[in-house]
Design a protein around this ligand. Structure first.
Ligand code: NDP
Ligand code: A1CAB
Length: 259
């Protein structure tokens, strides 16, 4: 996720790559690769990574979060803005782990950040001000849209739009498999599927019509769409998607209980 954010941000030319410092746990080859690809600067130590930063972005897996965030504690300076993209983990927990009163915000972007199309939601912790929120909005608007939500809604956002690209890729995988089984070439199928998803997405975004209205327009009585959707209904795909999102939301809540 950190790569998707840095790729998107650098592409806009609003943020210089050589002002972005990166640090991971142990994979130095990966840091070198990112340096070569984007011109960002690997930090040899956590101290170096943190000390001069205006904004610290936390993007480790929730299972590693406690150890990673606590390791920053000795080096964090007053006024540094901390932004976490970690699923589930609250601003309150991050404040506890860093043992200071620094402003903490949470962002839930998605991997479409790498091409400037993230749907990011932002929430602020109690020590963050509107000025901090504005700074984060400016940052995340370089990689897509930003929606401000109260922190207790971030679990929902995580299950919906944080994980969301994967649900769409799951559908795309099935469409691709069907097309190839039915003898379209890989490239023919890919072009048709990606443009279909893009067009449908732009229709949702740019018209005032609801998904159900748009779907009805495609569905001629007695036609192919009706036959196809009948099969989806038979497999209860609609209900399965609702269950999928609710399950992902619950998982975000569980991740938030990590100590
Ligand atoms: N992937 C996604 O679509 C999204 C992910 N997120 C959130 O982003 C976070 C990262 O997810 P993702 O990018 O998929 O995970 P990755 O496994 O790809 O990246 C995690 C990174 O954390 C580093 N790391 C682990 N422990 C430490 C530590 N103690 N100190 C410094 N660095 C450490 C790892 O370094 P090393 O490789 O050296 O171990 C690795 O570079 C998660 O919290 C997730 O919830 C949010 C929105 C979307
Ligand atoms: O799968 C995950 O836990 C992360 C959070 C949202 C998307 N990926």
């Amino acid at each position: 996720m950190a790569e998707a954010i840095m790729e998107g941000v650098i592409k806009t030319n609003k943020w210089q790559a050589n002002l972005i410092t990166i640090k991971n746990r142990s994979n130095s080859g990966r840091l070198k690769e990112l340096q070569t690809k984007y011109g960002v600067i690997p930090a040899p130590t956590i101290k170096k990574a943190v000390s001069d930063a205006e904004i610290i972005i936390l993007a480790v897996k929730p299972k590693d979060a406690s150890q990673a965030v606590k390791s920053l504690e000795p080096f964090i300076q007053k006024e540094q803005l901390i932004i976490s993209v970690m699923a589930g983990i609250s601003t309150g927990t991050i404040t506890e782990w860093t043992n200071n009163e620094n402003p903490v915000l949470r962002a839930m972007p998605n991997t479409s950040a790498s091409i400037g199309y993230s749907a990011t939601a932002l929430s602020k912790g109690i020590s963050a001000s509107d000025v901090h929120v504005q700074k984060a909005v400016e940052l995340f608007e370089t990689i897509g849209t930003v929606t401000l939500v109260p922190e207790d809604k971030l679990h929902i956002v995580t299950g919906l739009s944080g994980s969301g690209p994967a649900y769409i890729y799951y559908i795309a995988e099935a469409m691709q498999k069907a097309a190839e089984e039915l003898s379209l070439s890989h490239e023919e199928a890919k072009t048709l599927i990606s443009q279909t998803l893009l067009g449908a997405s732009l229709m949702l975004k740019n018209t005032s019509e609801s998904p159900i209205e748009l779907r009805k327009k495609v569905t001629s009585p007695g036609g192919t769409t009706e036959a196809g959707i009948g099969k989806l209904d038979q497999y209860q795909v609609h209900d399965a998607f609702i269950a999928c999102i609710k399950k992902a939301v619950r998982r975000s809540e569980e991740l938030g209980n990590i100590k």
